[in-house]
Write a protein that binds this ligand. Structure first.
Ligand code: C2E
Ligand code: MG
Ligand code: MG
Ligand code: MG
Length: 282
């Protein structure tokens, strides 16, 4: 690592225009301080029920506003946090923040229109024996009903260790927490396992949605996943919906839920009130 840095340093001195390389090591020490420096935020992206055209809930997505480097994408810092263990503190914070927020927003809504909150759980957390009890403790602390929390786990994480996944999912299910398979279609899941896992929702990866109107194969994949969900009695969410053509095709396939820039980008907590007040339908 020191050798790598030495090399990077000499390159940086040779070429003034070169951007200082961001190494995982650099990011990690800053990640450890990010919460106390108040650099972390959650953004919330609406999930739409396409049958009613109404808001069903939000997915919470982490944002890091680094004091010197500006915004750093979760695609960049989540893997570092996983590798170094910062993910545990960060995700505890994220879960507590998201659960507290949705509880507050739900207070102003009728019992029949309570919103769900989806929170991503990374592979490393999912491997921890105390992951589920940590989630339950958080729900109890905040007072959010378990059935309004949906945990998103990627298909690849689920398939890493099928026995462990089954055990973890059973415990989440026993606590009445909902389970969503994220980035569905990009991992290698066996349909027989899919059937035995107690999951509620399949979220079709955005790569399939994004060119489904121009790429016939992707349209067929989306159709197949939607039908699979219907046959297994699972909800299906299309992620990454950006155009009204995509929306029309998804409706024609009777895909139940959708999420994407077409409806809204992920927005800060301070923007959510205005979004809710608009009470839009699609
Ligand atoms: P993900 O869970 O699959 O989240 C969906 C990603 O797609 C988000 O990127 C979201 O902003 C983006 N997205 C939503 N709609 C559209 C669209 O219409 N077009 C396009 N191009 N993109 C769209 P984001 O926020 O950058 O997050 C990336 C990934 O980072 C997430 O993928 C998730 O794997 C991870 N992540 C984010 N927050 C957390 C967190 O709190 N915990 C964990 N463990 N992972 C997180
Ligand atoms: Mg997700
Ligand atoms: Mg996804
Ligand atoms: Mg992803």
């Amino acid at each position: 690592q020191a050798k790598e840095r030495g090399k990077a340093q000499s390159i940086a001195f040779e070429d003034e225009m070169r951007v200082w390389p961001v190494t995982p090591l650099d990011l990690d020490s800053d990640l450890r301080r990010a919460l106390e420096r108040d650099e972390m935020r959650l953004h919330y992206q609406p999930i739409i029920d396409m049958r009613s055209g109404k808001l069903a809930g939000f997915e919470a997505l982490m944002r890091w506003y680094h004091a010197e480097r500006g915004e750093i994408s979760p695609v960049e810092f989540i893997p570092v946090a996983e590798e170094t263990g910062s993910i545990f503190t960060l995700s505890q914070w994220a879960l507590r923040t998201a659960a507290t927020q949705i509880t507050e927003w739900n207070k102003a809504r009728p019992a029949t229109e309570q919103l769900e909150i989806s929170v991503n759980l990374s592979g490393r957390q999912f491997a921890r024996p105390d992951a589920v009890s940590g989630i339950i403790d958080c729900l109890d602390g905040v007072g959010l009903p378990a059935n309004l929390l949906k945990i998103e786990i990627t298909e690849s994480t689920l398939m890493e260790d099928v026995d462990r996944s089954t055990e973890m999912l059973d415990r989440l299910k026993a606590a009445d927490i909902k389970i969503c398979v994220d980035d569905f279609g990009t991992g290698y899941s066996s349909l027989s396992y899919l059937h035995t896992f107690p999951i509620d929702t399949l979220k079709i990866d955005k790569s399939f949605i994004q060119d489904m109107t121009s790429n016939y194969q992707n349209l067929e994949i989306v159709r197949t996943i939607t039908m699979l969900g219907q046959n297994l009695r699972l909800d299906v969410i299309a992620e990454g919906v950006e155009t009204s053509e995509q929306l029309a095709q998804l409706r024609a396939l009777d895909c139940h839920y959708a999420q994407g820039f077409l409806f809204s980008r992920p927005i800060g907590a301070d923007q959510v009130a205005a979004f809710l007040a608009e009470d839009k339908s699609w």
